[in-house]
Design a protein around this ligand. Sequence first.
Ligand code: GTP
Ligand code: NA
Ligand code: MG
Length: 301
Amino acid sequence: DEEGELVSRPPVVTIMGHVDHGKTSLLDAIRKTSVVSGEAGGITQHIGAYQVEQNGQKITFIDTPGHAAFTAMRARGAQATDIAILVVAADDSVMPQTIESISHAKAAGVPIIVAINKIDKHEANPQKVRTELLQHEVFVESMGGEVLDVEVSAKNGTNLDKLLEAILLQAEILDLKANPNRTAEGTVIEAQLDRGRGSVATVLVQKGTLRPGQIVVAGDQWGRVRALVNDKGEHVKEATPATPVEVLGLSGTPAAGDKFAVVENESRAREISEYRQRLARDKAAARQSGQRGSLEQMMTQ
Ligand code: GTP
Ligand code: NA
Ligand code: MG
């Protein structure tokens, strides 16, 4: 039954920006844990998803890597999101992945909040950041626009509450709602094979409520949910809209950005996943024969 009342849900916020401008540090400071120090070389290789609470209101954060190689992840992050936090280091200002992040947010129709980070540094020049953003059609309030901007220091924890308040203000304007009483649907944030746990897929539930025991199709993979694990590593009995959660029990690893949905039974799940795997194989074969075709053409010319 897909009927049911829409209820308020937390905003899903993606943190984007140029490499090393402090996205993970900022999220880390907000969570007061230490994600950055646990990362290989301090470079985000994947998308992390976490939930925090401010004045009793939840906010879901998705971290993205700033490295040039991760364009697709930033694009997917922007698509799964309600609000984009554009992190710009005040000592480095607008850089290529800053500009790319702006395009992804605009393409996805997602409002931007600018976090001008590293204001603790001597070289910090927040005004330069605001001016350079004008050239990319991001108009902050002090420049006569409507985009909220907050000067922060992830290092010193400066103005983090202001940033969270700006997010909640923006979320209020968006009036975000979802129906928790329906079949669960959402997006795969990332997935990997874990030696001990098997397939681990971090998903963002967007509609309905996901529960252990349910049968899920994710991209061309499927499985019965063996366990749900939240961002604190705790096993949970359900994941409601805008909640990120690890799903254990899939047959393999779906791709980041794949949609997932709960289906009625195993045979339906198998049918859908086999159909999608066949489509993927056919596509790959068509691509290969296309390449062969153009090679033959080249050689006979
Ligand atoms: P990628 O995920 O690799 O794109 O990087 P990131 O944007 O997540 O940046 P990260 O959090 O890894 O920080 C990059 C470097 O900047 C680290 O050495 C941080 O310690 C430093 N840094 C982050 N925020 C601040 C800040 O507010 N002030 C100062 N001084 N340094 C900061
Ligand atoms: Na980094
Ligand atoms: Mg990072």
